[in-house]
Write a new protein. Structure first.
Length: 393
């Protein structure tokens, strides 16, 4: 693989390892362990593994390594570690990076399970977490202290699609030597420039756009060689959240087509957002890629596109939202996102049900809010489906 290749070429050829059969399509190495030629070789392998040498699938596997190398090349990261799910990546990256007495600053608008890890779990082990409104740089400035070890946020937040100023937050964090960790799912690895914009660690749930076809769970942590090998690898080896070789193969094949899928999804999201602005049934049609979005300039500067998800706030509250969801014919009601199929979600009663009413209000998760993950279907068919369902609402 050449470093000079552009992203789309890296997505097809990056990280490929071929066996003695020179197969075209990447092989699935469904093996837990690896045979050593001699006792001496086994001893040497346990001391240090070379690039094509493996010990045990919890530590690494050739198919998993292909996925890690391909996504690292795409992200422009020195190294990557694949995990069993997106949450395995988030929880491992946080836990492995922190110790009792550390202080963390996190944006309040987070994926529910990430909020659980930060709000409930880390506290049990003596880590203090301060939550801020991620859009308000003054709140970040006030919350970040000399003893802050880490800042954590979603670059585009779920489900309200607020966009956080990564370079500005990173500057504040780095001024006190804190590590900048971002959950970059909504940006997608295709459009991420997070490392060059100040992130030290980038995390994806591969379950979303990387698989992109609703099949397998997965996650990945990307960062410097030093961080991945010294901080993440020992933690992952000994706590067991490894990605399965089969899932790694699904993700590897997903990466081959992710740029094409994401491009089609952005095209659809842009078309829907344009057509739905000012629709009489909607209080808001939220899409960072639309010029009316409050952080439109920021998202175009940092990501160059507005993502694959739009959020629709229906005027009639939960009843209207449910009538809308039940009237959709193409988009399915589910809770994944980034899929080839359009997926509509009612966050207040599903993904964010656990939050108090007060928390929902603070985060902008209104009873009428529907998250619409745009698939790769024809944009005009999707628009007709959404318009008909809005009529029914
Ligand atoms: C889905 C998601 C996760 C968790 O990923 P899983 O693969 O479901 O464990 C974390 N963060 C964000 C932003 C997500 O959308």
């Amino acid at each position: 693989m050449s470093k000079d290749w552009n992203k789309r070429t890296k997505l097809v050829h990056g990280g490929t390892r071929r066996s003695q059969y020179n197969e075209v399509s990447e092989a699935i190495f469904l093996t837990q362990g690896f045979v050593y030629d001699s006792a001496e070789q086994a001893e040497a392998r346990f001391l240090e593994t070379g690039p094509d040498e493996f010990i045990y699938a919890r530590y690494g596997n050739p198919t998993v390594a292909m996925f890690e190398d391909r996504i690292a090349a795409l992200e422009g990261a020195e190294a990557a570690f694949a995990t069993a799910s997106g949450m395995a990546a988030v929880s491992a990256a946080l836990t492995a990076s922190l110790k009792a007495g550390d202080h963390v600053v996190a944006a309040r608008a987070l994926f529910g399970s990430s909020l659980y890890v930060l709000e409930e779990l880390l506290g049990r082990f003596g880590v203090e977490v301060t939550f801020v409104d991620g859009l308000d740089l003054d709140q970040w400035r006030d919350a970040i202290r000399p003893d802050t070890a880490l800042v954590f946020f979603e670059t585009i937040a779920n489900p309200t699609l607020e966009v956080i100023d990564l370079p500005a937050v990173a500057e504040l964090a780095h001024a006190v030597g804190a590590r900048v960790m971002v959950d970059n799912v909504f940006v997608t690895p295709v459009h991420s420039r997070a490392l060059s914009q100040g992130a030290d660690v980038v995390i994806y749930s591969a379950t979303k756009h990387i698989d992109g076809q609703g099949r397998a769970l997965g996650g990945v942590i990307l960062g410097s060689e030093e961080y991945i090998r010294k901080v993440i690898e020992p933690y992952m080896k000994h706590t067991g959240g490894a990605m399965s070789p089969f899932s790694a193969w699904v993700m590897l094949k997903g990466l081959e087509t992710i740029a094409l899928r994401v491009r089609a999804q952005i095209e659809g999201a842009t078309r829907l957002a344009e057509a739905l602005q000012g629709h009489p049934k909607l209080a808001r049609a939220i899409y960072p890629g639309h010029p009316d979005h409050p952080q439109h300039a920021l998202v175009m500067r940092d990501m160059g596109m507005g993502g694959t998800v739009i959020s629709l706030d229906l005027k009639g509250g939960q009843e209207a939202a449910f009538r809308f969801l039940n009237a959709l014919n193409i988009a399915v009601i589910s809770n994944n996102l980034g899929d080839a199929k359009s997926i509509a979600t009612h966050p207040a009663t599903t993904t964010h049900q656990r939050l108090s009413d007060e928390q929902k209000v603070t985060l902008g998760i209104t009873p009428g809010l529907v998250r619409f993950s745009v698939g790769i279907e024809d944009p005009e068919d999707l628009l007709a489906d959404v318009l008909a369902a809005l009529d029914a609402a």
